[in-house]
Each structure stands twice: as C-alpha cells, then as structure tokens.
Design a binder for this molecule. Structure first.
Ligand code: ZN
Length: 499
C-alpha cells in the first residue's frame, strides 16, 4: 500500500491524490455517485459560512461545550440538519465521552498501532480487519474487513463484550483522530472508505448471539460517531449474505445505507479500481498489495490453531470422550477450572458481558438499562464444539451417559442424532447445555464412506454456563428479525454424494 501509516500521511505536506476517476456505469448507481461527488469537497470554511446559524444554534443547546465545527457539523448532517435532534444526540455523546474517558483513550490510541490496542490479538483472531490500509483515490483513509472470515460463534465465547468495547473505543478514536487531523490539514470534511469482504461467509455466521454482539457495536458507532463513513464497498457476497443482509439492513440508518455499494461478484475489481489505486487493494481482492512486511494486508489466524487433527478411516469412525464426572462438573461450576481436568477447558464463560463492565467504569448511553450485572448463575455446563474436514463430508453423533447416584455413568441416550455435514465447505459449530454430570461421546462417523478417509479438525471447549435472567432489548430485536427467516430452509451447498 502506498502510505504505511496515518502518521506518515498526516505529516506529509501533500495529501494523497483526490482526483477521482469516474465510474462509467452502475454499480454504484449514478445517483449515489452524484451525491458522493457533491460531498467530496466540503470546505470547512464554506460550512462555517453557510451553516453558521444551525452550528451556533446547536452549540447554544449543549450542556458540555464543543468547539469543534466539524464535529458539530457531522451531528447536524447525521440528523438531517435538525438542530434540536442534533443537539440532543451530541449532548448525549459528549456526556458518554466523559463517562468513558474517551479523550484519554484517543490520546493513547493515537500513539498505538492497531495491533497494540488492548485485546487486539484476540479480537483480530475472530474478526480479521485492518483499520488503515492507505487511501482511496478521493483521499479517504481506507479500511478492510474480512467479515466472511470472522468467527462470531468464537467471538462471543472468547472476547467478552466489555473487552471488545475497549478495543472498539481505541479503534473508533484512532479513526476519529485521523479524520480530524486530515480535515484540519485539508480544510474539508474527510470521511472514510471501507471494503467489506464477505468471502467465506456461511450459515455459521448467522449466529444469534453473534448478531446481538454485532448490533451492540453498530449502535455504538452509529450513535456516537456519525458521518464518518464516506464509501463502503461490499464484495464477494455468497448465498448466505442475502439472509444476513436482511437482518443487518434495518439496523443501519438511511444515511449509512446510501453510502453502501454492494458490488457484483463478477468483476467487482474493475469497480474497486475506479475508486482505489491498485497499489492499495489487497492481492486477495485482485489488487497489487501484499503487505508482506506486516504478514499480509489483513492477516488471518490459522483456522486450525488450537484444534486437534485426526484421520477418520474409511468405513470407520473416531470417538472423542468428554467425561464431565461429578467432581469436574462441580469444579467447572465453581470456576476453579483445571484445564487438565476436562480436556480443553477454558476459564471463559459464555454469553455477553454487560457493556463497560471492566476497564471503563460507566455504562454506555446506548446500552439497554439492564440490571443483571451479577448474572443468575444456573447449574449447567456449556460444551461448545467446532469441526471441519479438509475434504468431503462427515457425520457427527453425540451420545450422553448421565452419571447416576452411585457415581458411575448410567444408560446412554442420543443427545444429537447422527447427521452428515458438509464440513469441508464451512466449519460446523454447536453448543450443548449439560445440567448434570455426564459422559459425552462425540462420534465422528465415516462408516458411510467405503474408500475415503477424512482428515478431521475439531475442538471441544467446556465452560461454566451463565445465563442472565433479563431479556436484552437487542436480543429481542434479533430474535424477531431472525424469526422471519427460515434458516434451515435456506438454499445451501449441495449435499455431496456418497464417496
Ligand atoms: Zn496491503
């Protein structure tokens, strides 16, 4: 990519080229393009002149002073130039910034690279993205997200929402600081350009908890950082995207929607190149950048890290036993997990943490007024499994043998009936809730295959399960939207024939 860091770009006397080449036809639509062109050079001096009255009117309504014209203008524009609505939102944001000490976070974030942000390693492992990858032709800072390679299921389990929020604050503040600096240098309102790559998106991404998690983050960004997005390109949209989009679309305001270009899978690179120099487009999207010195433009974590690899023979099966005996069951519930005791036990608990529970003492203004910080712990253990095969499908059956009063596993029953999965097409994820000491047998079955052995990668995590009694507004929202979609009836990759 052309400019290695925002700092370098900011200190450079000549801003990047802002002469756009005009795409000849849709997509993006001509109307969108015209609106974007109009927005392209919004001079701060002109804004101060033209909008002097509403800018002053908003200021007069603020209980916390804000002397930055561009910020006030972003709120005005984000709320259709409605003075009282803009003032109300800006007031809430300024208060929220004070409560969460965001000025201090901004000062800190400006000195850090993305990978130095708190919790960056575990966030990037489940949500690969690069928040600064040079500029587009209009001079907008470019970011890239590989959402199709994100793992919402694991994100909910390994990154408590409070940690994600701390990371997200650093992310948004470093971005806001860069935009402020560029706007000041160029004398015009600068926004961002983003590419969202959905390559790899599958049914597993329609994880309800993951959706709730994402919605909370979106609400934070949209409410408190309005008008930062200039252009968003959505590329590599597989069949499942249509469904995910139906859920996510209503969460976005119309201002944001107007800036989104969903590009055709065939030939999207030609459109991208009209907006972004090839040198700043990653090679995995058809551009020329490899960021070899950083380990890739948007490095992906090895999907097999932390997983066990075995060979399941043809006409055979592989059985993996997770023995949660009474002692282990109690140990897990009491939180005194011993990793050696139950295989790959981790000390993480499932479920969303309440926002701002940790590093930032106050709660966010956009969180629903939940009072369940203590959580009502119920006596169950969560067993989360994930597996995939290198090629060809595999069946899984889970057998349970609950311990009886004499301290031994009792009669077995089928917990998950045997089913063949296209596990080479996407990772297969599942969660079991265990209410009492139980011996579980995961039977990875390949008996249907006469000639082909399968290379299986799997992980099974056992955690204490916490459930909050309070229904979350976001959760309700997602439930309603997902209820309208029959996930099981979706068109899915064809079931492979017997091999
Ligand atoms: Zn790169």
């Amino acid at each position: 990519m052309a400019s290695p860091s925002p700092q370098a770009a900011a200190s450079s006397s000549s801003p990047p080229s802002v002469s756009p080449s005009k795409p000849s036809s849709s997509p993006p639509s001509q109307a969108k393009k015209a609106a974007e062109d109009k927005e392209e050079h919004e001079s701060i001096e002109e804004i101060k002149k033209i909008h002097a009255e509403p800018l002053a009117a908003v200021r007069a309504l603020l209980s916390i002073p804000c002397d930055d014209d561009v910020t006030v203008y972003r709120f005005l524009r984000g709320h259709k130039m409605n003075v009282s609505v803009a003032a109300q939102h800006l007031n809430a944001t300024l208060k929220w910034r004070q409560e969460n000490k965001l000025d201090a976070i901004r000062a800190k974030a400006e000195k850090l690279t993305q990978r130095q942000f708190p919790f960056a390693e575990k966030v990037l492992a489940v949500h690969p993205h690069n928040i600064f990858h040079g500029y587009d032709r209009r001079g907008q800072p470019l970011s890239i997200e590989r959402l199709g390679r994100a793992n919402p299921h694991q994100m909910c389990r390994t990154v408590p929402f409070a940690d994600m929020q701390v990371y997200h604050f650093h992310h948004m503040e470093s971005k806001a600081a860069l935009l402020d600096r560029l706007s000041l240098e160029r004398g015009e309102v600068v926004r961002t350009c983003k590419i969202m790559d959905f390559s790899g998106l599958g049914r597993a991404h329609l994880d309800r908890r993951g959706m709730v998690y994402v919605k909370k983050l979106l609400d934070l960004s949209q409410g408190n950082y309005p008008e930062m997005l200039g252009t968003l390109f959505v590329v590599n949209t597989p069949w499942v995207f249509t469904f995910a989009w139906k859920i996510v679309k209503p969460w976005l305001n119309e201002k944001t929607l107007a800036k989104i270009h969903i590009l055709p899978n065939d030939g999207y690179i030609d459109v991208l190149k009209q907006y972004i120099d090839e040198e700043n487009i990653p090679d995995f999207l058809g551009g020329k950048c490899t960021c070899a010195e950083h380990g890739g433009c948007v490095p992906l974590k090895d999907p097999n890290e932390g997983m066990t690899n075995v060979c399941v023979p043809a006409r055979g099966s592989y059985k993996h036993v997770i023995d949660i005996d009474p002692t282990k069951f109690q140990a897990i519930l009491s939180g005194a997990n011993n990793a050696a005791a139950a295989g790959q036990v981790t000390q993480k608990t499932e479920g969303e943490a309440e926002p701002a529970a940790a590093a930032n003492s106050s709660s966010s203004s956009s969180s629903s007024g939940s009072s369940s910080s203590g959580s009502n712990t119920v006596g169950s253990v969560c067993v989360a499994y994930e597996f995939h095969t290198e090629s060809n499908d595999l069946a899984l059956e889970v057998i349970a043998e609950p311990y009886t009063s004499d301290g031994k596993p009792g009669p077995s029953s089928v917990l998950r009936a045997s089913k063949r999965y296209a596990s080479d097409q996407e990772p297969i994820l599942g969660v079991l809730s265990i209410d009492a000491p139980t011996r579980l047998t995961f039977n990875f079955d390949n008996s249907f295959s006469y000639f082909t052995s399968k290379s299986l990668w799997f992980r099974i995590d056992v955690d204490a399960k916490k459930e909050t009694a309070t229904a979350d507004e976001d959760e309700e929202d997602v439930r309603k939207q997902m209820a309208g979609l029959d996930v099981n009836a979706m068109q899915s990759p064809p079931t492979p024939a017997v091999k």
